[in-house]
Design a protein around this ligand. Sequence first.
Ligand code: URA
Length: 210
Amino acid sequence: MRVVIADHPLITHKLTVLRDKHTPPPTFRLLVEELMMLLGYEATRDVRVEAVQIETPVAPTAGVRLSQPAPLIVPILRAGLGMLDGMVKMLPTAEVGFLGMKRDEQTLQPETYAERLPDDLSGRQCFVLDPMLATGGSLAAAVEFLFARGAEEVTAVCILGTPEGISALRDQVGDRSATLVLGALDQGLDEHAYIVPGLGDAGDRLYGTV
Ligand code: URA
């Protein structure tokens, strides 16, 4: 699995405001969308395109357009929804599927509670969105779900990640074609499996406590 840790002063600046506990939900939501667009630039570096010929007002020229089948964007509910608009802005012709994963707070194991995806993902490039790669359990389960449906390549995009999360994802992926794009790699996890220093509960900060 290829791991890309984005390194850009704009990303670090936006992340600093995002992490700040005084940042209110409207600003937090906007920053998640903006960070997704910046990370989306890295995540789509290998998106499939095909050659096309067009004419400018001045001359014919060659260019590219996104290939079919369209890429599939899969936000993991609920916090991944905060990243969806940013990614759709980067890939407006993509299709969108949904996976609901939640962590059982006792066992810390992931559970799938919702799924709306095409039955057959053969040959598809998939982009999974989840802001926090903590233990890696939910994301590893989501990525496995997509490969089991036939996805050819999976790119996971997370705003923050941990070494533990990366190794869990790497173990799950094995030698299949996967990339992980992170906004930053944090120190690790606390005893409640929160990312340190992290930003707290991304879903709560996006949407308020359920
Ligand atoms: N999920 C979150 O929202 N935050 C963490 O720190 C870990 C998991």
